[in-house]
Design a protein around this ligand. Structure first.
Ligand code: ZN
Length: 273
């Protein structure tokens, strides 16, 4: 089955067009039949690794809410950076939640504020969380930082021992460079680990289908409409609830109703053993 998604997404921080156009052809059962939501329903432990606080909610919030909030599965959220170089969203500047007193740039204060947002969100869904406090500039593809980052992820996986690791897609979700580097770091860490220590599954959270990927491997298409078979709208509502913690980034999805918002995520099975 080939799927091409064209779907209009309107989120406060994103304005993306993708679309859905399905055609069906006979194909043998593939590894894509491993549905992430089913794994989670069966109790699999989950570890999200992202570049910034709020990525997990925007890109994988529905599944993380299901795993942790509903099922109480072991769920760890890792953010490489505290996002300290990010500015405040205009809404945050307007409603007084921006922590920068005189300008829209206060890295150290912003790091504290965004780490707290991350921690509050994790507490809301009952997940463990950790900000690694990497400087954003380290996610620049330089070899020495890349290898150090890979080692960091390997150590985290060895310590947490998740069954499923979810990270950014190879196109960064929507082309964001930091996200692309984190994808490369996590992928390398997964491949470097010996089989005995490797998590059972590696998934990428997808917003826009990257070029050249096998769409057979994309599972768990989730949006605010009825397209999602495996996940009820309840979880979308949980994501809306979780998004309110990210005031500085304007990731407040409260204003957008389920029926009006075409918020799509898919999950790409990038590795299993
Ligand atoms: Zn991000």
């Amino acid at each position: 089955m080939t799927r091409i998604f064209i779907l209009l997404i309107t989120v406060t921080v994103l304005s993306i067009s993708i679309g859905c156009n399905k055609s069906t052809s006979p194909s043998p059962p593939a590894v894509s039949t491993i549905i992430l939501a089913d794994l989670i329903t069966n109790g699999a432990s989950v570890m999200w690794i992202g570049a910034h606080p709020d990525d997990e909610t925007a890109l994988a919030g529905v599944l993380l809410a299901k795993a942790s909030l509903e099922l109480n599965n072991s769920c760890h959220l890792i953010s490489f950076t505290a996002g300290k170089y990010g500015g405040c969203h205009p809404n945050s500047l307007q409603n007084g939640t921006c922590p920068c007193p005189d300008s829209n740039y206060c890295p150290d204060t912003m790091a504290v504020a965004r780490s707290k947002e991350f921690s509050d969100m994790a507490q809301f869904i009952g997940a463990e969380c950790r900000v690694l406090n990497w400087d954003d500039a380290f996610l620049n593809g330089q070899v020495q930082y890349f290898e150090q980052a890979v080692d960091t992820v390997i150590k985290l996986i060895r310590s947490i021992k998740p069954s499923i690791v979810i990270t950014h897609a190879s196109n960064g979700g929507y082309g964001k460079q930091d996200h692309i580097y984190v994808n490369q770091i996590v992928r390398k860490a997964y491949q470097t680990l010996p089989l005995a220590e490797r998590p059972d599954y590696l998934y990428y959270a997808i917003h826009i289908l990257p070029d050249g990927i096998d769409t057979e491997q994309v599972t768990d298409s989730i949006d605010g409409r009825a397209y999602s078979i495996k996940l009820a709208r309840t979880y979308w509502e949980s994501v809306i609830d979780a998004s309110r913690f990210y005031q500085t980034q304007g990731l407040d999805l409260q204003a957008q109703s389920i029926t009006d918002t075409y918020h799509w995520n898919g999950f790409y099975l990038a590795g299993s053993h």
